[in-house]
Design a protein around this ligand. Structure first.
Ligand SMILES: CSCCC(=O)C(=O)O
Length: 159
């Protein structure tokens, strides 16, 4: 994972890093204290350690559903989807994602127009806290695969 402050109003290709000048990198601890984003490195080849970590993260975040999310050059309606994912959103539950292949960016906005770019890669697990404005995009690799951990509220009324 790499973390840096992003220029507030980036122009051009979103997949470029868009550093402030001079670049200001941050540590995972700084990211945690500034934005409340949790980070874990998961060894995907160590099944026992991975299961232990995931089970803990699932319990702590009340996860009851997971899916596999993939973006690559043959994703249908790629540009439309990227536009949608780049719109800032805030969720009512923590957003928990683990990259299993490729890379992507999550940008988080702890204060208005102050964006931090988080570049994640295989084995990076991040928890974006509920209520934190964020958006998602790809890097020049044009490829990411991740597992998402979701909290689905139970449907009690079908209407
Ligand atoms: C890969 S998830 C993209 C959109 C997003 O950031 C979210 O749903 O929270």
């Amino acid at each position: 994972m790499q973390i840096w402050q992003m220029e507030p109003f980036p122009c051009g290709d979103r997949r470029l890093p868009h550093h402030v000048f001079p670049p200001k990198h941050m540590t995972p601890d700084q990211l945690m204290s500034k934005a409340g984003v949790q980070y874990f490195k998961v060894d995907l080849d160590d099944t026992v350690a991975m299961k232990k970590r995931l089970s803990r993260v699932k319990t702590e975040n009340k996860i009851n559903c997971t899916d596999v999310f993939t973006i690559n050059e043959s994703t249908p309606d790629l540009q439309d989807k990227l536009e949608e994912y780049y719109e800032p959103v805030t969720k009512e539950d923590n957003v928990v994602s683990m990259v299993t292949d490729g890379t992507c960016y999550f940008d988080v906005e702890p204060e208005e127009d102050e964006w931090i770019r988080i570049q994640v890669e295989r084995g990076d697990l991040i928890v974006i806290p509920k209520g934190l404005s964020h958006r998602f995009t790809i890097t020049p690799k044009n490829y990411v695969q991740m597992q998402r951990f979701l909290t689905k509220s139970k449907v009690t009324d079908e209407n």
